[in-house]
Design a protein around this ligand. Structure first.
Ligand code: FMN
Length: 345
């Protein structure tokens, strides 16, 4: 019988499937259900510093309008922030009481001075590890690349000081100028794991109503391509663990990221689409595949397709469909020149 156990961030996981941060993990009852369905670990819904600030600003504005003094409003500000943080700490503590699988708390802050404080508080609440959902938008035209990148390292340094007794993972985007070097440097700065990659809410337009609407909220399996490539490139080159996020929808997706070198794969969208019973379907598919290929443990095949050990490492660097474009420029017609084979490596 195939053994699905793995380790991630130094924690023992009975399966390499982690339920990612979302509303699927926002209550102890849901987390208990995910454990029963086979999840190896959960990342709790993030505590959003930005959201707290927004919620409080609205209440504080009302208080000011009602004539409260600045000191009273300041006091209220502190009390409200503490209340929200306490609610999240309670979530961590309650989940820890109800499940045996690792519970990873998730922090999503915008103002860097708050990150470390939140992290320390969540460790005190009993989180097995922290996942920092870190993204500073590159839309600030006055901020240089160096300044933007430095912000990430400041946060890592402060969080490491506050939360030295638990592993810390960073969930990052692929929007870095020197992605490979940045991932390496973040790892060297002391994080225990990197989650590749975060997926963002993005605006779309309703062209009839001339309104901004959200674009697709759930991912598609095609979106796995970017995390897969970068896990394959980075695995075996970093001292920290890698987990995949975005586009794992089935057993094949999970098997691919493990072959690329990830220690685990996070799933969210596929569970929204197919229900949490889909966890078992994915794990059954993984078991069946391991047995077919005679792998007894995940470690036996993890990283087998990474760039470092690949028989064809150059394929991971290739970014252009040269034959396809070449054919087009020669003015050929009738679809893809050379048929679909021309699009294969
Ligand atoms: C409804 C919803 C809520 C989410 N909430 C969070 C969150 O609170 N914190 C976070 O880091 N990511 C959040 N995410 C992002 C997911 O954790 C995940 O990175 C993303 O959905 C890509 O993975 P997937 O392809 O398996 O869905 C959310 C995603 C969805 C769809």
């Amino acid at each position: 019988m195939a053994d699905l156990a793995t380790t991630y961030l130094g924690l023992k996981l009975r399966t390499p499937l982690i339920v990612g941060s979302s509303e699927l993990t926002d209550s102890p009852a849901k987390v208990e259900e995910l454990e029963k369905k086979g999840a190896g670990a959960v990342v709790l819904k993030s505590i959003f510093e930005e959201e707290i600030a927004h919620e409080y600003r609205a209440i504080l504005r009302e208080e000011l309008k009602a004539g409260s003094s600045a000191e009273a409003v300041d006091y209220l500000d502190q009390a409200l922030r503490a209340e929200n943080l306490d609610r999240y700490k309670q979530l961590v503590a309650d989940c820890k009481k109800r499940v045996d699988i690792p519970v990873i708390a998730s922090v999503n802050c915008t103002y860097s001075h708050e990150w470390a404080y939140f992290a320390g508080e969540l460790v005190n609440a009993g989180a097995d590890a922290l996942e920092l959902n870190m993204f500073f938008s590159p839309s600030d035209l006055q901020r240089t690349r160096e300044e933007a990148e430095a912000a990430y390292f400041r946060v890592v340094e402060r969080v490491r000081e506050q939360a030295s007794c638990v592993p810390v993972a960073l969930k990052v985007s692929s929007y870095f100028t020197d992605l490979g070097s940045m991932l390496l440097r973040l790892c060297q700065a002391g994080v225990t794991g990197l989650v590749l990659f975060n997926r963002f809410w993005a605006p779309d337009f309703d062209i009839d109503k001339l309104e901004i609407v959200p674009s697709r909220i759930l991912s598609t399996p095609e979106e796995l391509a970017t995390p897969l490539r970068w896990i394959a490139i980075m695995s075996g080159r970093l001292s920290c663990d890698l987990a995949a996020s975005t586009g794992i929808h089935d057993a094949a997706g999970l098997i691919k990221v493990l072959l690329a070198g990830a220690k685990a794969g996070q799933v969210v969208s596929t569970l929204y689409k197919n229900g949490t019973g889909h966890i078992q379907t994915i794990l059954d598919g993984l078991t069946e595949w391991m047995e077919k290929h005679e792998f007894l443990t995940v470690e036996q095949f993890r990283g087998l397709m990474s760039q470092k050990v690949s028989a064809n490492p150059a394929v991971y660097e290739r970014v252009q469909f040269m034959r396809y474009y070449g054919g087009l420029f020669q003015g050929r017609e009738g679809g893809v020149p050379g048929g679909m084979d021309a699009l294969r490596y």
